[in-house]
Ligand binder design. Structure first.
Ligand code: ADP
Length: 317
């Protein structure tokens, strides 16, 4: 057990159905004040449903949830004052400035004026939004809007921050900056629970859960999960023309490889990557493909997810 940390989220056996179809199958999750927990899963696996339930904005069929020791059903107000929730949809007003949005949410929470002013300035500083605070949110970039939403979610006495797919649509540099801001929020004492289908978001987590069809099927630190998977490096193949024929050729390789189709390349997860590289080069050459590169790279959490869950690479949950 970690020292100097307390349990901020204790969810036991949460189940939920929509129209008779089970979406969450008895999920239990414990998060401590120092945790940066990332729950990873494909679209439709139940991540948003779980998050909205934990944040107190959705109902559930069975189980119980405590936030900072307060039962979310019995002591709703006591529990919810410790929750900061950033859903997928933007919720700040485009017509107000960043600072006005924060003032509006501080009013809703009933924060005394001087406390609100102090918190707003600290949060703008932490989110690096001080210079833009007087501008209308309509002029903000996607990354700035998300940071403002985090600031509003942290107002008051938030002990845990729930974020639903916050990096979707952000370019790689902005995503990196955004994740390091979240890391700072966590290091300053707020627990983080982020749900995502993007493996990169999970690399900085202290704990990662893999979710499939309403169940958390594996949990651990990124290093533990990588170790569990037994994966070493993967092979990245950039060849033209990109066609189904190329995909089929790679999928047909002997040597127990899994093929993942990326935006502009193919990635292969193999037992013995170094042994496979020359085989692939020879095979593509003989089949007449224009080979741009065939390289190895260390395993990512996305690779680990596919390996540990044996989830099909293409398709939905
Ligand atoms: P994820 O966030 O992992 O993409 P969701 O929690 O959004 O998954 O959805 C899980 C399942 O629940 C999906 O099959 C989805 O269609 C279904 N679902 C989500 N919200 C509703 C709703 N309000 N009514 C009926 N079905 C829903």
């Amino acid at each position: 057990m970690k020292t100097n940390s307390t349990i901020v989220l204790d969810a036991q056996d949460i189940s939920k159905s929509y129209n008779g179809k089970k979406v969450l199958e008895g999920i239990s999750l414990q998060i401590r004040s120092t945790d940066f927990y990332v729950l990873m899963g494909p679209n439709g696996s139940g991540k948003s449903t779980l998050l909205s339930i934990l944040a107190g904005t959705n109902s559930f069929d069975s189980g119980n949830i405590k936030i900072n020791g307060n039962d979310l059903c019995k002591y709703k107000l006591g529990a919810r004052k410790h929750i900061g929730y950033v859903p997928q949809e933007n919720f700040c007003s485009d017509f107000l400035t960043g600072r006005e949005n924060l003032q509006y949410f501080a009013n809703l929470l009933g924060l005394p004026k001087s406390q609100a002013e102090q918190e707003i300035e600290q949060l703008l500083e932490m989110m690096d939004l001080k210079e833009e605070a007087g501008r209308r949110v309509a002029t903000y970039s996607g990354g700035m809007k998300k940071k403002l939403e985090i600031a509003t979610a942290l107002l008051g006495d938030a002990r845990i921050l729930f974020l639903d797919e916050p990096t979707t649509g952000l370019d790689p540099t902005v995503r990196k900056d955004f994740l390091s801001v979240l890391k700072e929020v966590n290091e300053r004492g707020t627990a983080v629970l982020l749900v995502t289908h993007i493996g990169e978001d999970a690399e900085i987590a202290s704990s990662v859960g893999f979710m499939i069809k309403g169940e958390i099927v594996a949990e651990g630190t990124p290093e533990e999960l990588k170790e569990m998977s037994g994966l070493r490096s993967s092979i990245v193949v950039d060849a033209a023309p990109r066609s189904d024929e190329l995909m089929m050729l790679l999928a047909g390789l002997s040597g127990d490889c899994i093929v993942i189709e990326r935006e502009s390349l193919f990635e292969l997860i193999c037992e013995e990557p170094k042994r496979m590289v020359p085989k692939i080069v020879e095979m593509l050459y003989e089949a007449g493909f224009d080979m741009r590169s065939v390289d190895t790279r260390p395993p990512s959490l996305e690779d680990v997810f596919y390996r540990l869950t044996e989830y099909p690479i293409r398709g939905e949950a």
